[in-house]
Ligand binder design. Structure first.
Ligand code: CTP
Ligand code: MG
Length: 204
């Protein structure tokens, strides 16, 4: 497990990291476009289904940034050996990196929203901390979505191999371990910086 594997792991997850940060920037840019994913509905316990923090704006911003990141990275990777090109060269089409990036981005935001569902059920209101779920929710969501997208792209013949399996499974499993271990620390660092820069209301 050399140091390059850490770089590779962060590279593979960059679209999801970007997507996870996108909603906060989108909130600053479009503060009034705040239609909630749960439509303002409550669950049978009387508490919000997801809460007002989970908006369509955040989902769109995360999907967009994930897509842009993976496409940009797939082009950049043509000049760097060892870094994944998100299936670009193997498929000969930027549609594959775009769809894998979209899956990573949308998956990250949906993982975060799924976390909020359980967070509300445990009685924690929007914005309260819930360690380690606040830190890892988007990783789980991004992995699940990109695994599904990889199977679909291969089944439909758009990709010649299963990108997710190729990058994360078998001998590549340490990549998942690295992401799981490094993400909470990175998340904490980014949130403290965001709070200091007054981008975020709370430092978590
Ligand atoms: N955000 C958004 N849409 C999303 C996710 C986040 O608009 N799908 C924005 C909201 O403005 C939110 C901010 O990003 O306040 C920070 O997101 P997050 O920390 O995930 O929200 P919390 O307020 O902590 O909500 P929860 O307790 O449900 O995690
Ligand atoms: Mg939060």
């Amino acid at each position: 497990m050399g140091p390059f594997l850490v770089v590779e792991a962060l590279w593979l997850f960059l679209p999801a990291y970007g997507a996870n940060m996108a909603p906060v920037f989108a909130m600053r840019l479009f503060p009034h476009w705040n239609r909630p994913l749960d439509g303002g509905r409550a669950w049978r316990d009387g508490r919000p289904l997801l809460g007002p923090s989970k908006t369509w704006r955040g989902l769109v911003a995360g999907g967009l940034l994930g897509t842009l990141a993976a496409v940009g990275q797939s082009l950049a990777a043509q000049n760097v050996s060892g870094l994944s090109d998100f299936g670009y060269a193997a498929s000969g089409s930027l549609v594959v990196p775009a769809l894998l990036g979209l899956a990573l981005g949308v998956g990250a935001i949906l993982g975060d929203a799924a976390k909020s569902f359980f967070k509300r059920r445990t009685g924690r209101t929007s914005g309260r901390p819930w360690v380690p779920f606040d830190q890892l929710d988007f990783v789980v969501g991004a992995l699940a979505a990109v695994a599904l997208a990889s199977v679909l792209l291969q089944t439909l013949g758009a990709a010649s191999e299963n990108w997710f399996a190729h990058e994360f499974l078998g001998p590549r499993w340490p990549v998942l371990l690295i992401v799981g271990l490094a993400t909470p620390g990175l998340h904490f660092l980014v949130n403290v910086i965001g709070y200091r820069l007054k981008f975020k209301e709370v430092p978590w």
